[in-house]
Design a protein around this ligand. Structure first.
Ligand SMILES: NC(=O)C1=CN([C@@H]2O[C@H](COP(=O)(O)OP(=O)(O)OC[C@H]3O[C@@H](n4cnc5c(N)ncnc54)[C@H](OP(=O)(O)O)[C@@H]3O)[C@@H](O)[C@H]2O)C=CC1
Ligand SMILES: O=C(O)CCC(=O)C(=O)O
Ligand SMILES: [Mn+2]
Length: 423
């Protein structure tokens, strides 16, 4: 391990462990650099390491993912690198025993929480949607729906039915025909629970109050008139019974909007909202917002879930983007890459901020804030990766308008060292 010699001899003691979930491809390379250059030189930290790289998930029959989720519940702070979710091509590429499920899906379903995604604004990075000036927080319900569905192929004509059998009953109390297939096709069955949607709604109302931003819920409740309408009903009941007075006092409001209208509104707005969405809409719209703010790598993402004791919360922070395979292929060929590490660095800073707040260690919180400031100052000073240079100069950004991944991290490291001596 190479340690940055500009770092202070006196390290900040992190009182309790954090869970480090390592990942794949380009983000795995970046992850190691972040630890070597930006974290370990400054922190005396007990890292509980779980290798969620594709090879180790296969080797452990994916048990490592479940163990990592349990460790997050135990230590309350998990920091996750992006991971491959295998498709058929990956099964072949890695010679996998099976097409393992998404580790994100497994962990999010185990923790059952809300993912809050907020783009990182940098003054000299123009937004594709220039009207956006105020915070845009996407609250993504990280439990159930399409990501925990049962899907299947049918190979010929036949009836696809769903039944519900109450616990203890010997026969179904409900049977519905989903579709009469005239030929081959596909089907999908999904669910959510009142408990999880209610917890999601509380998390959204609390975030809106915390940030003093109005809350919008986007669903397609007109068309999906039982499933989506269930969210609408729960949010509205909670708003009326528990939150309206506090919202009005804070000068904010709650509204349900159809999601197609909501997306159009979002593009016209200045921002300044918390937007609550189901699992899949939250996934898609958070990437749209990230790219609209300059890059997929300018998005912070933290999962907040209830802990095992009342009033206790657990956190998992991550980048919202994937393992950046196209850049990794360059790296494998020995070519330099210009991959943006900001979202991966923010996975560490946001995780450390939660650790600091849980432990009452302001010096750790200040360190994490300095690391974020170092990332932003580097870009403002003109040192940035290619994705950001493209957002400033267009697709023909000149070669001297951006640096490599390693050069950018070195610049962040220099700036962090300076900020840590000043503060
Ligand atoms: N959180 C997670 O763990 C996630 C994991 N995945 C997994 O990641 C793998 C790759 O998925 P893919 O669809 O390529 O999505 P990625 O988000 O990894 O990358 C898509 C494209 O977005 C741009 N991009 C993304 N991140 C960065 C960055 N940090 N710096 C610069 N450019 C960036 C690149 O564009 P360009 O090539 O134009 O430069 C890149 O090719 C898959 O195996 C998928 O399963 C996907 C999403 C989330
Ligand atoms: O887990 C995956 O495969 C994708 C995750 C993802 O796209 C996200 O977290 O936004
Ligand atoms: Mn996504």
């Amino acid at each position: 391990m190479s340690v940055d010699t500009s770092a202070p001899a006196q390290k900040i003691v992190v009182k309790n462990p954090v869970v480090d979930l390592d990942g794949d491809e380009m983000t795995r390379i970046i992850w190691q650099r972040i630890k070597d250059k930006l974290i370990l030189p400054y922190l005396d930290i007990d890292i509980k390491y779980y290798d969620l790289g594709m090879e180790n998930r296969d080797k452990t029959d994916d048990k490592v993912t479940l163990e990592a989720a349990e460790a997050i519940k135990k230590y309350k702070v998990g920091i996750k690198c992006a991971t491959i979710t295998p498709d058929a091509a990956r099964v072949k590429e890695f010679g996998l025993k099976q097409k393992w499920k998404s580790p994100n899906g497994t962990i999010r379903n185990a923790l059952n929480g809300t993912v809050f995604r907020e783009p990182i604004f940098i003054d000299n990075v123009p937004r594709l949607i220039p009207a956006w000036k105020k915070p845009i927080i996407i609250a993504r319900h990280a439990f159930g729906d399409q990501y925990k569905s049962t899907d299947f192929e049918v190979d010929g004509p036949g009836r696809y039915e769903v039944t519900f059998t109450p616990e203890g009953a010997s026969a179904p109390s409900m049977r519905k025909t989903v579709f009469d297939f005239a030929g081959p096709g596909v089907g999908l069955g999904m669910f959510n629970t009142r408990e999880s949607i209610t917890a999601f709604a509380h998390a959204c109302f609390k975030m809106a109050l915390d940030r003093k931003l109005p809350l919008y819920l986007g669903t397609k409740s007109t068309v999906i008139s039982t499933y989506d309408a269930y969210w609408d009903k729960i949010f509205m009941q909670l708003y009326e019974s528990e939150y309206r007075t506090e919202f009005e006092r804070a000068g904010i409001w709650y509204e349900h909007r159809l999601v197609d209208d909501m997306v159009a509104q979002l593009v016209k707005m200045e921002g300044g909202l918390v937007l609550a969405l189901g699992n899949m809409l939250g996934d898609i719209i958070s990437d749209l917002v990230a790219q609209g703010c300059g890059s997929l790598a300018l998005m912070s993402s933290v999962l907040v879930a209830k802990g095992s004791r009342p009033g206790e919360f657990v956190y998992e922070s991550e980048a919202a983007h994937g393992t950046v395979t196209r850049h990794f292929r360059q790296h494998q060929q020995g070519k330099p890459t210009s991959t943006n590490p900001i979202a991966s660095i923010y996975a560490w800073t946001r995780g450390l901020i939660h650790r600091a707040q849980l432990d009452g260690t302001p010096e750790l919180e200040k360190f994490a804030q300095n690391l974020e400031a170092a990332c932003i100052q580097a870009v403002i000073s003109g040192v940035m990766t290619k994705d950001l240079a493209i957002s400033i100069h267009g697709s023909n950004a000149p070669a001297d308008s951006y640096v490599t991944t390693d050069e950018y991290i070195a610049e962040v490291s220099r700036r962090l060292a300076k900020l840590q001596t000043v503060n």
